[in-house]
Design a protein around this ligand. Structure first.
Ligand code: SR1
Ligand code: MG
Length: 397
C-alpha cells in the first residue's frame, strides 16, 4: 500500500536511508540491513536497502535540491519526487505490470520508496552488452498505448483532465528538456559537450536555419500541446528489462505534453544503440522500432474503441488523424533526442563508449545527420519502416 507523509527535508546517507526503511516498518529493527547508494543518473540519490536474512530489498530514491550531473550551481526543485510518485501511481492504474510498485512517498523528504528491480537490468546497459530483450518493444508499446490514451482528452472528463494538468505542472524539469533537447544543441551554447572533431558538423547544423525553425516548432509543440500525461524522459536508461519482464522507471519529467514525445525518445535511443552495433547485429533494434509503434497504435486503438468519449469517437477518421500526427511528431522528437545525446549535455554510453575513436566520431556524425533528417522530413515518415529505411540510407552514404 502507498502511504504519503511529510517530514522535514534532509539529504539521506546510507545509514539514514536504512534507518528510514526501519522507521517506516518496511524492515524489522532486528534485521541485518545493507544499504548502498547506487544512483548513476543525472539528478537523484538512489539507495538499495537489503535485508540479508529475508533476502528482500527495496529502493529509496531521493531528489536533491540541485542537478547532480552539474552540481549545486544548478538548483532544482524537489517537487520532482512528488511528480514521480504520482505518475507511477497513475501509470499503475493502467499498466500495473509495467511499472515498479510504490511502497511509500514523502513530499517533504522528496523520497519515493520503490520495488527492488535488481533482478532486471537497465535496458541501455543490457542492449550494449548485446541482449536483445525480445519483449521490450511490445511491453513499451503497451505501456505507451494505455498510459497515453487514458490520460488524454479522448478518455478523461474535461474537469478531471484540468485538475490533472495542474497536479502535473512540472516547470523546472520541462525547462531542462526545453533547453537541453530543443534549444541548446541547435546553437553554440555553453551546455553543449562534444569532441572537437564534431565541430564542423555542429557548426553546419547551427547555420541550418530550416532545421532550427523545425526544431523550434517541435519545442513549441512540446511546451504547448497538453495532450496527455507523458513520461517525459523515456530513454533506455529509464527502463528495466529482462527476458520476460519490463518496467518503466523514473517518470520525474512527467507532465501533460504531446502524445508522440515518449514514442520518439524511445525510438531515438533504439537507433542510437543500433549505431553502436555492427550492421549484422542491428536487426533486433529495427524490429523493436517497428514493434513499439505497431503495439502502441494497436493498444491505443483498442482503448479508443472501448473507452473513447462519444464526442471524439463519433467523428469519422479522428483516430486515424491522431495516429498520423502522433507518428509525425514522434519522428521529429526522435530527431531532437538523437542530436542532443550526441552534442548536448547528458550523453549516452551507446555513442560515448564506441571504440576506436574514429568510429565513435563517424557514428556520431551519422547520429547528427539522421537526427536532422527525422526533424526536417518528419511529415514524410508514415510508418516505422520509413524511419528504418532513412536510417539505413544514411549508413550507406
Ligand atoms: C540535467 S538533467 C540531464 C538529463 O538527464 C535526464 O535523464 C534527462 O534526460 C535530462 O535531459
Ligand atoms: Mg532519469
Amino acid at each position: 500500500m502507498t502511504v504519503t507523509k511529510t517530514a522535514s527535508y534532509e539529504i539521506l546517507t546510507e545509514s539514514s536511508a536504512a534507518a528510514l526503511a526501519v522507521r517506516l516498518g518496511l524492515f524489522s529493527s532486528s534485521s541485518t540491513l545493507t544499504c548502498r547508494e547506487i544512483g548513476d543518473g543525472n539528478l537523484n540519490l538512489v539507495f538499495h536497502v537489503y535485508d540479508q536474512g529475508q533476502q528482500k530489498g527495496l529502493i529509496i530514491k531521493q531528489a536533491v535540491p540541485y542537478a547532480k550531473v552539474v552540481g549545486e550551481s544548478w538548483p532544482l526543485s524537489l517537487d520532482r519526487a512528488r511528480i514521480e510518485s504520482s505518475a507511477l501511481i497513475r501509470q499503475a492504474e493502467h499498466a500495473p505490470h509495467l511499472v515498479p510498485k510504490v511502497y511509500y512517498s514523502d513530499t517533504e523528504l522528496a523520497v519515493t520508496v520503490l520495488e527492488d528491480l535488481s533482478r532486471l537490468q537497465i535496458a541501455r546497459k543490457g542492449l550494449l552488452e548485446g541482449n536483445d530483450y525480445p519483449h521490450l518493444s511490445e511491453d513499451i508499446g503497451e505501456f505507451l498505448g494505455k498510459t497515453l490514451f487514458y490520460s488524454s482528452d479522448y478518455a478523461l472528463d474535461p474537469k478531471i483532465k484540468e485538475r490533472l494538468v495542474k497536479q502535473f505542472t512540472n516547470p523546472d524539469l520541462c525547462d531542462i528538456t526545453g533547453n537541453l533537447v530543443f534549444t541548446d544543441p541547435f546553437f553554440d551554447h555553453e551546455t553543449n559537450d562534444f569532441e572537437e572533431e564534431l565541430r564542423d558538423e555542429a557548426e553546419k547544423m547551427w547555420s541550418n536555419e530550416a532545421l532550427k525553425l523545425e526544431a523550434k516548432k517541435l519545442k513549441k509543440q512540446f511546451s504547448t500541446s497538453a495532450e496527455t500525461l507523458i513520461h517525459g524522459d523515456l530513454h533506455t536508461g529509464s527502463i528495466f528489462a529482462g527476458e520476460n519482464e519490463t518496467k518503466v522507471i523514473d517518470p520525474e519529467f512527467a507532465f501533460f505534453g504531446p502524445i508522440g514525445f515518449d514514442i520518439g525518445q524511445f525510438i531515438a535511443n533504439l537507433l542510437l544503440n543500433a549505431l553502436a552495433r555492427e550492421e549484422n547485429r542491428r536487426a533486433p533494434l529495427y524490429s523493436h522500432v517497428e514493434t513499439v509503434w505497431n503495439t502502441f497504435s494497436r493498444t491505443f486503438s483498442e482503448a479508443w474503441e472501448k473507452d473513447c468519449l462519444d464526442y471524439y469517437k463519433s467523428t469519422p477518421g479522428e483516430l486515424e488523424a491522431v495516429l498520423k500526427k502522433t507518428f509525425e511528431d514522434a519522428a521529429g522528437f526522435a530527431g531532437c533526442e538523437m542530436i542532443r545525446r550526441t552534442i548536448g549535455l547528458a550523453h549516452v554510453a551507446d555513442l560515448d563508449a564506441i571504440v576506436p575513436f574514429e568510429r565513435r566520431i563517424s557514428q556520431k556524425k551519422l547520429a547528427l545527420n539522421i537526427g536532422a533528417e527525422l526533424i526536417e522530413k518528419r511529415s514524410d515518415f508514415r510508418t516505422p519502416k520509413d524511419i528504418i529505411e532513412a536510417f539505413q540510407n544514411q549508413l550507406k552514404e
